[in-house]
Design a protein. Sequence first.
Length: 238
Amino acid sequence: MALSGSPIAVVIAARNEAPRLPLLLADLAAAPQLVGEILVVDGASDDATARVAALAGAAVQASSPGRGRQLALGVASTESPWLLLLHADARFEPGWDRAVRVALGLPDAAWYFDLAIAAAQPALRLVELAVALRSRWRQLPYGDQGLLVPRRLLARAGGVALIPLMEDLELVLRLRHFSQLRPLGARLQVDGRRWQALGVWQTALANAQLRRSWRRGIPPEALAARYYGSAVRERRRG
C-alpha cells in the first residue's frame, strides 16, 4: 500500500499470523497521513498470512523464515524516509498516530512503544513495568515494542542483521552508538498466547535464557531452533 507524501514505511515480519495480522493492518490503514507504505514480509507461512495481507491492501514479499532476514528485505524494498519495524501480532492503542506524529517533528532519533501484553493475568502488568524500566534505564527495547527509526539513521547503524533471532537486541545495541532510544509515550499491544501457554514466569525465564545464551556466543540459528521449536510444541498442546 503506497500513498504519496506519507513519511513512514511499515515493515512487518510475519509467519503464520493470518488470524491476527488483519487487525494490525486495519490500525495502520486508519493513518494514511503517516503511513505511505505497508509491506508484509512473509516467512514461508503455511497458513493464509500472505493472502489476508494482500486482501487488506498491503504489499507482500516472500522470504525464507527468520525475522532479521525478513526485516532487512523489507527495509531494502521500501523507500519512505522513516521506517516502522513491527511483528505481525501487534495492535496499536488509540492515540498512537499522534505520538508518532510528534516524534517525526523532533530531531532524528530511534523511538519505541511501551509494551502491553494482551492477556489478563496480573503478573503480566509486572512484566510490562519491568520492560518499561529496562527500556528507559538500559536503553534496551526489544522488537515486540516496535521500532520507529529514520532510514538514514538505520543505515548509519548498519541496518538489520540477517539473523533468525535476536536481530532486535543486536540492532538496538548498535543503534545506541548513534542515537538515544526514546519512548513514544504510546503502547503497542502484543498477543499474549505464548505467555498464557507457557506461563508468565516460565516465559520470562525462557526469554532471559535465550538472551544470555546469545551473549555467550550461541549462534542465533541454534537459538531460533530452540525458540520456534518450543512455539510449535505449545501450539500442539493448545
